[in-house]
Write a new protein. Structure first.
Length: 258
């Protein structure tokens, strides 16, 4: 029941079965104005452009580099309900908070549907199919609305911003006419509901190497980082989990994460 509620929360009430009265905004599927390069001093990680049908809750198209980003091949994405995709990659303790932000972003799109310079930005943590924790920035622009003003089609980018931001509450902000008009953080009460610990991709890597019997120096060499950085990651792992490394290893193994 909870999974179904989460799915409904993400796709809201926009799962419409017809396209009557659709109003289209003239923009290309790979609009350069959506590129995060347009943000000042914004370094870009792996970036994947997409076009999404909100009415059918499915991707119209997405770049094959989505596999680099999420560890999921394009053919799996194209055949998956959008809400199910979020259900797979978004940590359970964040799914409701993210769903609420997505709903609010649709309201902003409806209110500003006649603006051609509206860009919605939402950043959140994901847990990729290849067991990595990443921070993703999703930027999208509505390109079609139904007769009631609800967005039914969007185009945009998913960008890996893990090198800039590791974790935290999902955040949504809207840029209209090149100005930041809305900023909203997810309700933190959602994140208290689950004791699940979110480790970064580097922390998972160190836990796995430790599990495989590698020593600190060997881990540093393999990851091309300093020994002190390995110790820092191990310290963070212990602080997050409030457990010893061998306990963390056993727990992650039991969950199939490593």
């Amino acid at each position: 029941m909870k999974k179904m509620q989460n799915k409904e929360l993400i796709i809201k009430s926009i799962a419409l079965n017809n396209h009557q009265g659709i109003e289209r905004v003239q923009t290309s599927s790979c609009d350069p104005n959506l590129n995060v390069d347009s943000c000042e001093n914004f370094p870009v990680g792996v970036q994947v452009n997409f076009r999404y049908n909100l009415a059918q809750s499915e991707f119209i198209d997405i770049h094959p580099d989505i596999e680099k980003l999420l560890g999921i091949p394009k053919q799996d994405i194209m055949g998956k309900d959008g809400a199910d995709l979020f259900g797979e990659i978004v940590p359970e303790e964040s799914i409701e908070a993210l769903g609420e932000l997505i709903q609010k972003s649709y309201t902003i799109c409806k209110e500003h549907r006649h603006s051609k310079s509206l860009v919605i930005n939402i950043d959140f943590n994901v847990f990729t199919r290849n067991k990595m924790v990443k921070r993703i920035l999703c930027q999208y622009r509505p390109v079609a609305f139904n007769e009631t003003g609800i967005p039914v089609e969007t185009t945009g980018y998913w960008t890996d911003i893990s090198h800039m931001k590791k974790d935290g509450l999902p955040v949504m902000f809207a840029i209209i006419d090149n100005k930041l008009e809305y900023t909203e953080f997810a309700n933190p009460e959602y994140l208290i509901k689950s004791p699940t610990i979110i480790f970064t991709s580097k922390e998972i890597e160190i836990i796995k190497y430790t599990s495989d019997g590698f020593r600190i120096k060997e881990i540093a060499d393999r990851m091309k980082i300093s020994i002190s950085t390995v110790y820092t990651h191990r310290k963070n792992i212990k602080m997050k989990s409030e457990k010893e490394m061998n306990q963390v290893i056993n727990e992650l193994k039991s969950k199939g994460i490593i």
